[in-house]
Write a protein that binds this ligand. Structure first.
Ligand code: SF4
Length: 378
């Protein structure tokens, strides 16, 4: 099983909370498309021969900055260089403002079979605060039009814990989301990433962080409302109806290899991690010179253990202890289980012979728990 991620590094304007790599140098689009096709060719041997690509994900940046015809050219180029499974999941992230009848009609002619809409909020004032391009009406219309046109696997993203957001505001957002024809929801608590304009506003005292007890109430409400509407909470921030998990992200959380293409994209082949340059100009120049754009690092034994713990504990399936023992040995497994005991006593980790899973409170405190369980690098 293998996955491919394509990073489309353009945004018409930058959202205040975002630390993903993107540029507003939109005039570089054609250069980027040419470079990307060259990169696809140069990295065609990344997976062992005959490994089928099961998932393809267009993220960014803003993939919907591209015309659907350009998207299909990329898919065709990938198909020429990699073996694709006939049932591959092909996800496309889109900004609601870019989605209209014509765009969707063209997108339906491509191989895209899953749509992920970056809605973030259904409140115009919070959307304005975040400097998003779209408004609430456009968000609702994007989902309903996509469903009417025939997309039957639609995911939306929401953010909660916004400055000034009350529990009632969040409940309204959730209610609106549950009323829409979506099969998947990703809901993230706002994080103040270093160097973003929103973090500057926080440091200047112009906005306030959400109190922890309110954040916990919001998280519990999220779990409650999604469950009432038939969503399964299958990963810390992800909920799916009728098993329509994000197969691409599931592969990532279960340690499957993936290839990332485009500026700032990461790859993993089971042993090594690769990081593409987070600089469009450098990326373009390297590809122009027929060079790849990545640096690589071999993951140490400790890195691999910690990564397994971190990714597995994010999922509702949890960490398979037998599997962990097989990969890293009994001594490490016993040490890990001993380290979990203080969390099992407080009900944050649910542990049996087979697996370790985070409880609801544990999920809310997942960063702290996972950090505590990490093995130290020697
Ligand atoms: S959140 Fe998305 S649209 Fe906004 S700046 Fe980041 S990548 Fe661009």
């Amino acid at each position: 099983m293998a996955g491919i991620y394509i990073h489309i590094p353009f945004c018409k304007k930058r959202c205040l909370y975002c630390d993903f790599y993107s540029t507003t140098a939109l005039e570089k689009k054609n250069d980027f498309l040419a470079a990307l096709q060259k990169e696809i060719f140069l990295r065609r041997d990344f997976f062992p021969q005959e490994t089928p690509v099961e998932t393809l994900y267009f993220g960014g940046g803003t993939p919907s900055f591209l015309h659907p015809g350009e998207v299909q050219i990329i898919v065709n180029c990938l198909r020429e260089n990699f073996l694709f499974s006939p049932a591959a999941e092909i996800t496309f992230e889109a900004n609601p403002e870019d989605i209209n009848n014509n765009y969707l009609t063209s997108l339906l002619r491509t191989d895209i079979n899953r749509l992920s809409l970056g809605i973030q909020s259904f409140s115009n004032s919070f959307l304005a605060l975040l400097n998003r391009r779209h408004n609430a009406r456009q968000a609702i219309d994007a989902v309903t039009t996509a469903a009417t046109k025939g997309f039957n696997n639609i995911s939306i993203d929401l953010i909660y814990g916004l400055p000034g957001q009350s529990l009632a505001h969040w409940e309204q957002d959730l209610q609106q989301a549950m009323n829409l024809p979506v099969s998947h929801l990703s809901a993230y608590h706002l994080t103040y990433e270093q160097g973003t304009p929103l973090t500057t506003l926080l440091k200047e005292g112009k906005i306030e962080e959400t109190p922890e007890d309110l954040s916990l109430q919001m998280f519990k409400l999220l779990i409650e409302r999604t469950a009432q509407h038939g969503f399964e909470h299958y990963e810390l921030s992800n909920f799916a109806r009728q098993g329509q998990y994000s197969r691409h992200n599931m592969a990532y959380w279960t340690g499957k290899p993936y290839l990332g293409l485009g500026p700032s994209a990461h790859s993993f082949d089971g042993e090594k991690r690769y990081h593409n340059t987070s600089h469009l100009e450098k990326y373009l120049q390297l590809l122009k010179d027929d060079k790849t754009a990545y640096e690589s690092e071999i993951l140490s034994f400790t890195d691999r253990m910690n990564e397994r713990i971190m990714l597995a504990l994010r999922t509702s399936a949890g960490l398979d202890l037998k599997d962990f023992e097989q990969s890293f040995g009994k001594e490490k497994k016993d040490l890990l289980v001993a380290g979990m005991k203080k969390f099992t006593r407080t009900g944050l980790v649910l542990l049996d012979e087979q697996k370790a899973v985070l409880s609801t409170e544990g999920k809310f405190l997942s960063d702290m728990i996972i950090r505590d369980l990490f093995f130290e690098c020697k």
